[in-house]
Structure formats: structure tokens, C-alpha cells
Ligand binder design. Structure first.
Ligand code: FES
Length: 114
């Protein structure tokens, strides 16, 4: 029987999930482009290490297609749509660094409809 080792993971403050699914955008590629841009910007803004480190992952569908690129910030339960490069800058600065979600870019927030 093969032994399964418990995975390890670096500490992080938030987890950013980016949809790279083909149905999110007209070209089907915007999510991957955003994912690649996030890596560069996390280094620029210092979110790739330290107390505010944000883990970045790709998903293939959130089940809310067509208004992408989409991303979700966990554990905050905040979901952003139509994320452009300029919007990403604001999300990084206002939400990921300062802790204030950018309300006008949100399409779903856990508990907001309760
Ligand atoms: S393909 Fe992105 S939410 Fe479905």
C-alpha cells in the first residue's frame, strides 16, 4: 500500500481564485491573462510574501459565466466581475492591502443578501 503524505502549504492571508474557464469571456482567454498579470502585480505590491501574502489559484468555472474575467477573494466571500487591469489595481490596493472590498466591482458577496 502506498503511503499518502500530508501536503504542506505556505501561510497566506487571503486566497484569490481566478476563473480561467473558456465561457467566462468572448475570447475564452481573459482569465488566464488576468491570472498571469496578478503574479506580476503581487510582486510589485508585495503580496507574494509577508503578512498579507495572497495565494493565487485557477478554477475552471464558478457557475456564473459570461461576465468575466471573474475572481473571488476568500475567506472574505467577495466575487468580482469584468476585472480589467485598472480594476485589478484598485482591488489590490483597496481590498487586498487596505481590507476594503471595491463595492462597485462586486457581483456577489457572502451574506449580503441575508
Ligand atoms: S467559465 Fe468562468 S464562471 Fe464559468
Amino acid at each position: 500500500m502506498t503511503e499518502v503524505f500530508k501536503p504542506t502549504m505556505m501561510d497566506y492571508h487571503r486566497h484569490l481564485l481566478v476563473c480561467v474557464g473558456a465561457r467566462c469571456t468572448e475570447t475564452g482567454t481573459g482569465g488566464q491573462e488576468l491570472y498571469d498579470e496578478i503574479k506580476i502585480k503581487f510582486k510589485q505590491f508585495g503580496l507574494n510574501a509577508g503578512a498579507l501574502r495572497v495565494k493565487r489559484s485557477r478554477v475552471t468555472c464558478f457557475g456564473t459565466c459570461k461576465a468575466g474575467p471573474l475572481l473571488a477573494v476568500q475567506p472574505d466571500g467577495v466575487w468580482y466581475y469584468d476585472v480589467t487591469s485598472d480594476k485589478l489595481d484598485r482591488i489590490i490596493q483597496e481590498h487586498l492591502i487596505s481590507g476594503n472590498p471595491v463595492t462597485e466591482f462586486i457581483y456577489h458577496q457572502v451574506g449580503a443578501n441575508n
